[in-house]
Ligand binder design. Structure first.
Ligand SMILES: O=P(O)(O)OC[C@H]1O[C@H](OP(=O)(O)OP(=O)(O)O)[C@H](O)[C@@H]1O
Ligand SMILES: Nc1ncnc2[nH]cnc12
Length: 177
């Protein structure tokens, strides 16, 4: 069974002034109440990644990038590797500081999480300013990996986050602001 992507887009919940005034927060969790919507999205992203050629690792971003990443990776028979907020992964790690739409933070990746020369897809639920995705891309680079594509469930196009990225991006759903 599958569901029309536009119908899945309709399940997203836009919440004004969260987590701080001025932010229109896109809540993805209503999608996960519907198993058909969830399966459709997972299969859609897996099929998209198949079209990219040889990908060795899906790198998912803490924390909402963990919801789809391991599932998609297991369908494709490839590795999943987390980028976590600083202080959560045991050493040795690489570390970057980045800014996002409502603050700044630090990310880490296991030093052997991506091996030199491996092809990587970076997967997250949403790109706003692009700071988080850029931080993850910098970590993949520090490991010696090559980011082939960034994939997002949602792109907030008005913030032009993809202009910060060092590889093409694909987003399932787009919003103007
Ligand atoms: O493009 P940006 O401006 O960097 O914003 C996008 C990031 O913000 C959210 O993560 P958040 O840090 O809120 O963490 P969470 O996934 O744990 O909620 C979202 O899941 C992205 O990772
Ligand atoms: N507007 C937004 N909605 C949900 N997650 C976000 N992360 C950064 N900006 C966001």
């Amino acid at each position: 069974m599958s569901m029309d992507l536009e119908k899945i887009k309709g399940l997203l919940r836009a919440v004004p002034d969260f987590p701080i005034p001025g932010i229109l927060f896109q809540d993805i969790f209503p999608i996960f109440k519907d198993p058909v919507a969830t399966q459709t999205l997972v299969n859609h992203i897996a099929n998209h990644i198949k079209s990219l050629g040889k990908i060795d690792v899906i790198v998912g971003l803490d924390s909402r990038g963990f919801l789809l990443g391991p599932w998609v990776a297991s369908i494709l028979g490839i590795a999943f590797q987390p980028v976590r907020k600083a202080g959560k992964l045991p050493p040795p790690t690489h570390k970057v500081t980045y800014s996002l739409e409502y603050g700044s933070d630090s990310f880490e990746i296991a030093k052997d999480g991506v091996l030199p020369g491996q092809n990587v897809v970076i997967l997250d639920d949403l790109i706003a300013t692009g700071g988080s995705a850029k931080g993850a891309g910098d970590l993949v680079k520090q490991c010696g990996g090559k980011t082939v594509q960034y994939i997002f469930l949602i792109e907030l196009k008005g913030l032009n986050g993809i202009s910060k990225l060092d590889a093409p991006a694909y987003s399932v759903f787009n919003f103007d602001d």
